[in-house]
Design a protein around this ligand. Sequence first.
Ligand code: 6R9
Length: 638
Amino acid sequence: MDQSGALDSLLTEERVLRPLPQLVIEANINPQELEAARKFAAMDPLGYWEEAADELDWFKKWDQVLDDKDAPFYRWFAGARCNIVYNALDRHIETANKNRLALIWEGEPGDSRKYTYFELYREVNRFANALRSLGVRKGDRVVIYMPPLPETVIAMLATAKIGAIHSLVFAGFSAKALRQRINDCQAKLLITADGFYRNGQIINLKETADAALVGSCAECVESMVVVRRCNIGTEMTDGRDFHYDDLVRQERNEAPTEVMDAADPLFLLHTSGTTGKPKGIVHSHAGYMVGVHRSLTSVFDIKPTDIFWSTADPGWVTGHSAGIYGPLLAGTTSVMYEGHPNYPQADRLWSIVARYGVTIFYTVPTMVRMLMRFGAQYPKQHDLSSLRLLGSVGEPISPETWIWLYKNIGRSECPVLDTWWQTETGMFMIAPLPISLLKPGSVTKPLPGVEVDVVDREGNSMPPGKGGLLVVTKPWPAMMTGLWNDDDRYKEYWTKIPGVYYAGDVARRDEDGYIWMQGRADDVINIAGHRIGSAEVEAAFAAHPAVCEVAVIGMPDRIKGEAAKAFVVLNDGFEPNDGMIKELKRTVRNELGPVAVVKSVEFRSELPKTRSGKILRRVLKAEDMGHEIGDLTGVDED
Ligand code: 6R9
């Protein structure tokens, strides 16, 4: 990148960075081609996506690129037959990719495992056969409650291969959160591990999985598969629990790949909304596959020599699209790390980059802010010269954080590609390419084939410089196909502002058409890049008998982006003291798991409310920040 002038001046957010000539020369898509793709996609979006679909293999091609007669239940590639696993694995076995590395995994204690495409293919086949012998069939739901392990990838792919639907639950969630997700989708099978390593400790996961199924809590679950990771002797329930290695040992290396209809569900993934109940976002085989493949290969300019590392846990959508499906569809090598980024010290990530020669490093701003705190001496201890591109996702990245990453990790040569997308969108939506002109802190422009706008509550476009609501104005292939068993709630995405997809984010567009994300518009808190609904945290507080009323808001946090702050009205007879604060925090942790960190609790005698009795979180937030926060944050208020 050309960086004449002091980098500090970039903090004014007005600088434009040009890509280094070498990057442009070597790019798969050059600036003229990008312009041409934008023009083509604007004129003929379906033609553009049809061309993207043609890059993949199909058992039967579509009758129609987009069937919109039942909008907003859009059906992409209607009539087609395919299986994403055929494209992510099976087809590579016939090509030079066969003996390329598909996965490099490193455990926290330092052990590592590598799988070529051929090896991964065989492992997946063996486990697919095991799943079939456990009675799992096309359309059944399989909940995967796992840390980042190779078996997590294998379990996902094996489930999809036999046409069942996977639902990942992040290993940091509590038994209650796991149970809620199992019951929501009526899972037949639960896959977990005995434990995993995190920050030098063994976390016993099987115990939590057992607690989720205790008594008649989740009777839908017929069996549990347990991966031996830490070899801690866990209790196994006879007839229900099976060890992974015992199951796959006798299975064959080949397994048929189920032929799926384009719209058949591939996975569901729960994400937080504005009510207490998480939404089960559903993605299908065809549309998701096409959107993820096209967006990942173009944004990250994937080449046969790349080693791609997305640090996201497989339990989040980034882990699905950028950690597993995207890289495998592209035939590249994906890196996965089990443990804590600071274990045994703050250079662990850089040591992994250096040892495996990572070329593309994709992470979240929270991680960067945390590592920034430890200083540049940690990355300096390692040879990071293999890096070519950097990426960011999950929350707005401030220019300061952007520049730190660019300078200290990217040698002021690797562009930071900030990608805006969501669990619901499945694929990257707004993002630069390596050849784009970058403005630190901006997600730049929508990808070809994606159309967005920044609008007011009535849907009128906002002029440049003015903040508004981000909407997507045309359907895109990797869009969710619905919410699990909740059509009405799905429709809300399209009715809040009629005819367009409401993302729930506030953004601003500048004079050059560059988009700057400014955070959530609704009552969703973004803690370290993870979405959690105010209502979910409030429901967890309400589980404590002392709590009469509670409101939870997000407040700025230097490291995690946002942190949860609670305003609590206690029932008579309970004392508002430090002991109570500790107890309440513990309750929330037990209810939701360690993801939902409550930073502070403030006791109040009453909470501000609307006339209809709805708690005005917006007012609490404004008070807390000591200023008015403007109109747009009130979109969900009556
Ligand atoms: C992929 C993912 C989605 C929400 C989204 C927005 C925030 C994601 C962002 C970003 C600013 C970016 N978000 N990427 N905000 N800049 N590059 O994160 O999915 O967990 O569903 O969260 O995250 O608020 O609406 P998900």
